[in-house]
Design a protein around this ligand. Sequence first.
Ligand SMILES: [Fe+2]
Length: 218
Amino acid sequence: MTGNADAKNFDRRAFVSSAAASVLVLPSQATLAATPITPHQTEGPFYPDRKDLFADIDNDLVLIASKAKQAGGKILHLRGTVLGSHGQPLPEQVVEIWQCDINGRYLSRKDWSLRRLRDSYFQGFGSTFTNTDGEYSFRTIRPVPYTGRTPHIHVKVRNSSGDELTTQMYVAGDTGNAQDGLYNHLSRSERQQVTVDLRHTTNNDLVGFFDIVVPWRT
Ligand SMILES: [Fe+2]
């Protein structure tokens, strides 16, 4: 996994450099001082238990190894930095994301929405490591709503000592946010911490930066 993931990892500085002329890139929250811990959000019932379906669980959820076709949905480059409780970038942290596919199906046996077909080209779950600068990246799709929930991406960060933080990332300006119970259970400042602006790239993909502050130091 790591070799494949490393090969596909997307360097933030290279991305900004190559696309700066036409992509509006938001400044990283990593540059802000005294950033509070990212709020915990529930893991939910759909943590993927069907990873065995795919040959890879890397950081590219759009293209599964051995499959020629890409997943349905709007491509999103999700990128960010994992920061420790003192605000320092943390390398070698495991970052996992999972989300439903374009049809609203999770990669989980517990997803009871059997009337909706699962997109067999969507990986549904991805895992990567932060680099020496604490940065991670995924290629996935813009999250879509499902019954009772506004679009969101589940995110879990773990270290080698067994510490972990689970949260959810939301899309700024999405009309479903106002009706989402989990989102509105957060304070205003907490909502800001987990809400990400998505911008278009030159090739009409989306890019968003989600920095995560964990409650441990290394
Ligand atoms: Fe969910």
